[in-house]
Design a protein around this ligand. Structure first.
Ligand code: NAP
Length: 387
């Protein structure tokens, strides 16, 4: 009992208090939605820019969500805005500083500062902190700097050793949690593959890029081509990770005290269905109502096609689509990242994970990756982000 309602005491069911760092991103939004819908969580959500309409709709139906605008790279602002949050019980770290390329030393330094600033503010005051959840990714297991063994297909499990070559900010964040939390607070790290969800605030936004590309193909009557290498087209090369699954796995690990460890637990966070782009590309094209190049005796995939080049003059086309279809106003680059698509479909290294550990520990949610993609296309249409 607790909350006063016109002089009458009403039952309160709040059991936990989450702080989600990166609340407007792909997984952050989904975490917020899920936690609030249980009515057992109070949620603080942190990002720099104001929340979009999703958070207005959350705000209108609950008092248990507070958005905190804060640049986590600024230690003074972070201290001022977060050091008063005494009631936090669970931290979700689903953010990153993306100014520098993933494997640059400066990227490591920025991401370490960002997390240090947050921990410095939260740890001394949040006396009931029970768990910290960190999201990294399958790049934990490989270096994009090589060396590459092109023919090797292997499914990485959580015990695979760190890659000795190159630089990886994921290791820096894990080491920081180890140093700051070990033996005091339980923590877990979650490693998704390609995130499949809806966002306007994401640098590496696969669904945004795919949907904008399809809309432009439709409008301009262009063939819906997969531009990449034959290996990426025909072979198993990456896992899909539906953001509903990634969010749910983090909540499961944060609240399932039997599986927790103050030395940290790691879990791959993947859909669990293998796919090749060659198998699923035609169904994606059909979903958008596109005529597939194969029907016009053209190749569905092209090794020469580069998204960055092909889409370089399409900004105005996207503006016209947005206007004509009455979409939420966006510029093409708010949703699409063509350089990312070119890297993704030409990735020289396979990034495939095993789900064995999550399965063994009892995490049951799974998705078929094509179904995930089709679900999020409908979701983005409903959000009026795409036609
Ligand atoms: N995207 C993928 O497909 C993918 C796949 C596997 C792994 N991962 C990993 O998952 C982790 C999270 O990436 P993501 O792509 O899921 O995130 P995301 O969707 O890009 O979201 C990033 C969030 O962090 C906020 N943010 C960024 N800089 C901030 C700052 N200085 N202060 C406060 N908030 C800040 C952003 O909002 P504001 O910009 O408004 O601040 C946004 O809410 C990363 O380690 C990434 O490598 C991503």
């Amino acid at each position: 009992m607790g909350v006063e309602d016109g002089g009458r005491e009403v039952a309160t069911t709040i059991e936990n208090v989450a702080i989600i760092f990166g609340v407007t991103g792909l997984v952050g939004k989904e975490l917020a939605r899920r936690l609030i819908s249980t009515q057992k969580w109070k949620v603080y959500g942190v990002a720099r820019r104001n929340p979009d309409q999703i958070f207005s709709s959350i705000k209108s139906c609950t008092n248990d969500f507070s958005f905190i605008s804060c640049d986590l790279l600024d230690p003074v602002e972070t201290q001022q805005k977060l050091a008063l949050l005494e009631d936090v019980t669970h931290v979700f770290w689903v953010t990153w500083a993306s100014k520098y390329v993933f494997d640059m030393r400066k990227c490591c330094e920025q991401n370490k500062s960002m997390m240090s600033n947050a921990l410095n503010a939260i740890l001394p005051t949040a006396k009931s902190l029970k768990h910290v959840s960190l999201q990294t990714g399958m790049k934990h297991y490989v270096s994009l700097q090589g060396p590459f063994d092109e023919n090797k297909v292997r499914f990485y499990d959580e015990d695979c050793p760190r890659v000795s070559s190159g630089i990886n900010f994921y290791y820096v964040l894990e080491d920081l949690l180890h140093e700051r939390l070990s033996s005091k607070v339980a923590w877990s790290v979650h490693r998704p593959g390609l995130l499949i969800g809806s966002s306007r605030k994401t640098l590496y936004n696969f669904m945004g890029s795919l949907c904008v590309y399809a809309a432009i193909c439709k409008r301009e009557n262009l063939p819906f081509v997969f531009g990449g290498t034959r290996e990426c087209w025909e072979d198993l090369c990456i896992d899909g990770s539906d953001v509903r699954l990634v969010a749910e796995q983090q909540i499961w690990a944060a609240t399932n005290y039997d599986i927790q460890s103050s030395d940290g637990q790691s879990f791959n966070a993947i859909n669990g269905s293998n796919f090749t782009w060659k198998e699923i590309w035609p169904s994606i094209g059909n979903k958008f109502g596109l005529e597939l190049p194969s029907k016009k005796n053209m190749m569905l995939f092209s090794q020469d096609f580069r998204y960055a080049k092909a889409m370089s003059d399409k900004k105005q086309v996207w503006r016209e689509i947005v206007l004509k279809e009455g979409l939420v106003p966006t510029e093409m680059e708010d949703l699409a990242n063509w350089e990312f698509m070119d890297v993704l479909f030409r990735c020289p290294v396979k990034m495939l994970g095993s789900r064995e550990k999550a399965d063994r520990f009892g995490f049951e949610m799974r998705y078929n990756t094509l179904d995930s993609i089709l679900y999020w296309i409908d979701f983005m249409k409903d959000e009026k982000l795409i036609p």
